[in-house]
Design a protein around this ligand. Structure first.
Ligand code: G6P
Length: 612
């Protein structure tokens, strides 16, 4: 995690770097820092504990500026979130910002201490600054070669940006297993953890590969393979996201804006991939044939957090539409299991960021054993899609709120398309079935638009339940993963403990918890499980548990059993999870906003978890 930004060019860059950090704060917000080389060739730094606003205050009190600079927003791994541990870390004329973990930092620190280097922080990062300084001063190497030699010694996952007071107008970056993108500007060049940080300045990006480094001056870039010092073939990608897509656009929080963007995001994800006339799904980006699918022995879907929930919904779709029953696995578990995988295995990774370390590792484990690997991802050119044979991109646009919303629903739309594609290839779906599925899916954006414009009792619910210590979410069938997602959203942003449970399993444990202090959210639309879930609801009510029912519009019976009712439009069962996501998100959002928590940047979390 952590966000990094670097600039070299003709402008004074402190504001530009801070603005870039603002767009990266979702990656971590334990501390922030800035380093510049000023007009006199001095290396100046400012750092502050806590959020970026603290750094901004510090910069108002004691401004610094220069035409070469870099910044960092931290999600602490090694060392407490204090100012001393905040990046940039310095040694001599060198300053370094870093995202990732240096696994051999203890050994390197001992070595450098023996050479007389004194350390100021508890971080793993500081060794990088000292190591580069050592190569630069003791061995007299040029900056880029000193960085290369230092990087050759590092074990772990990292992206770094380095500046040196003795080499103004140069910044150097390197990456292994943590994201780093190079932005090509007019007379200026940029480095960042993510395109959103530099989109306001350029849309021409180069995605730095693992094991590469780049040396940037205002007029040029020199990309090298660290191990060989050769220039690899690299390509420029022009990103279509606009800078405005990463702004709040009048909403109180990014999360609320992103909830409201779902109709557009889902429509964009479906666009060009569905032909209602031909009753087909066209996904040329997924290079699997009927023969490939017929000979599959194992099929795994991997993801973390919300993306894992999207995979769980996917299981129902693949079973119903393609006759395939994937194992849907939490990536951090699968990566260390001895799960059977071979060349007749398919691994589908789902990830908004495309950078989640556990998901990437699980995917690599599949690849190592010969499996075919594909992904559903939102960020073009991220690590996961780069390692896959094919990627179905969700066109959600940048998601800034840490709690995932539009990325989730676009993942559901994408996984639905993929299940339909597999069903089509395997001859499982006749024209009528295909037409019904596609019509339902294509109608979802309009249905969610209407759902979002309807008045509903969210505020009343928040007023009544915001002091609850815990809540239970129940769902069955393809709404069980939505119960998990509703509970996760609530935990993440309102800090109320919540548990999602398969409704039918409630009697095997959670029922013991029910009393007048434990609110339960019951997903109970008129689907195949309606009667059974309604019985579970009655069981909660019979034990004095407060209940919120999420029912189908017009279901007047629901109100009799519930303290609160929210309604879902009547839609075919396979798209129910998409419309049920909206109340799951808005319950959590309203509860958190009512409590006054930091909705977009909840404590301890980060959006993109690039460490294990
Ligand atoms: C973090 C985020 C979650 C996200 C998960 C997986 O935990 O806070 O919102 O679902 O990572 O992220 P990915 O980018 O792989 O979808």
């Amino acid at each position: 995690m952590c966000g990094i930004v670097g600039y070299v060019g003709p402008e004074l860059c402190a504001d530009l770097v801070v603005d870039g950090l603002r767009r990266l704060e979702y990656r971590g917000y334990d501390s922030a820092g800035l380093a510049v080389v000023d007009a006199e060739g001095q290396l100046l730094t400012r750092r502050a504990e806590g959020k970026l606003t603290n750094l901004v205050k510090r910069l108002v009190e004691a401004p610094i500026d220069g035409r070469t600079g870099m910044g960092h927003t931290r999600w602490a791994t090694h060392g407490a979130p204090t100012e001393d541990n905040a990046h940039p870390h310095r040694s001599g004329s060198i300053a370094v910002v870093h995202n990732g973990i240096i696994e051999n930092h203890v050994e390197l620190k001992a070595e450098l201490s023996a050479l007389g280097h004194a350390f100021q922080s508890e971080t793993d990062t500081e060794v990088i600054a000292h190591l580069i300084d050592h190569h630069r001063t003791a061995r007299g190497l040029a900056l880029s070669e000193a960085v290369r030699q230092a990087v050759l010694r590092l074990h772990g996952a990292y992206s770094i940006v380095v500046i040196d007071a003795t080499t103004p107008n140069v910044i150097v970056g390197a990456r292994v297993a943590s994201p780093l993108v190079l932005g090509l500007g007019q007379g200026a060049n940029y480095l960042a953890s993510d395109v959103a940080a530099i989109l306001a300045h350029t849309r021409d990006m180069v995605f730095i590969e693992d094991g590469w480094m780049a040396t940037l001056t205002p007029d040029g870039v020199d990309v090298r393979v660290v191990a060989t010092n050769e220039s690899p073939r690299w390509e420029k990608t022009t990103v279509t996201w606009s800078p405005a897509m990463a702004e709040k656009g009048g909403y109180k929080h990014f999360m609320l804006k992103e909830i409201h963007e779902q109709p557009r995001a889902i429509a964009d994800t479906l666009r060009g991939r569905v032909s209602l006339e031909r009753r087909t799904v066209d996904l040329p980006e997924i290079p699997l044939t009927r023969e490939d699918l017929e000979q599959l022995r194992h099929f795994y879907i991997v993801g973390c957090g919300t993306a894992w929930h999207a995979g769980l919904v996917g299981r129902y779709l693949f079973e119903d539409l393609a006759g395939l029953s994937p194992h849907v696995e939490v990536a951090s578990e699968l990566r260390y299991r001895n799960a059977p995988m071979d060349e007749r295995t398919l691994v589908l990774a789902i990830s908004q960021s495309g950078e989640t370390a556990d998901t990437l590792a699980a995917l690599r484990e599949g690849k190592r054993k010969g499996a075919r690997i594909i992904s559903i991802c939102n960020v073009i050119g991220a690590s996961i899609p780069r390692e896959c044979e094919g990627t179905l991109y969700t066109h959600a646009g940048p998601e800034i709120g840490v709690a995932s919303t539009k990325a989730f629903t676009t993942q559901l739309a994408a996984v639905h398309l993929l299940a339909l594609k597999f069903g089509q290839l395997l001859g499982r779906l006749d024209d009528a079935a295909m037409e019904a599925e596609l019509t339902a899916l294509m109608h979802v954006p309009t249905v969610i638009e209407e759902e979002l414009s309807k008045p509903a009792d969210y505020l009343e619910i928040a007023r009544a339940w915001h002091e609850a210590a815990s809540m239970l979410y129940l769902g069955r069938g393809n709404l069980y993963p939505l119960a998990l997602e509703g509970a996760l959203k609530l935990k993440e942003i309102s800090y109320i403990h919540a548990e999602g449970y398969p409704a039918g399993e409630m009697k095997h444990g959670p029922i013991a918890l029910i009393d007048e202090r434990l609110p339960t959210v019951v997903l109970n639309p008129r689907d195949a499980h309606f009667q059974k879930v309604r019985s579970n609801l009655a069981e909660v009510k019979a034990r004095s548990g407060p209940v919120l029912v999420v029912a189908t519009e017009g279901d007047t019976d629901a109100a009799d059993l519930a303290d609160f009712t929210l309604t879902l439009p009547a839609v075919p069962e396979h798209v129910l999870p998409l419309v049920a996501a909206v109340p799951m998100q808005l319950i959590a959002y309203t509860m958190a906003d009512f409590k006054g928590t930091d909705v977009d940047q909840p404590r301890n979390l980060a959006k993109s978890v690039t460490v294990e």
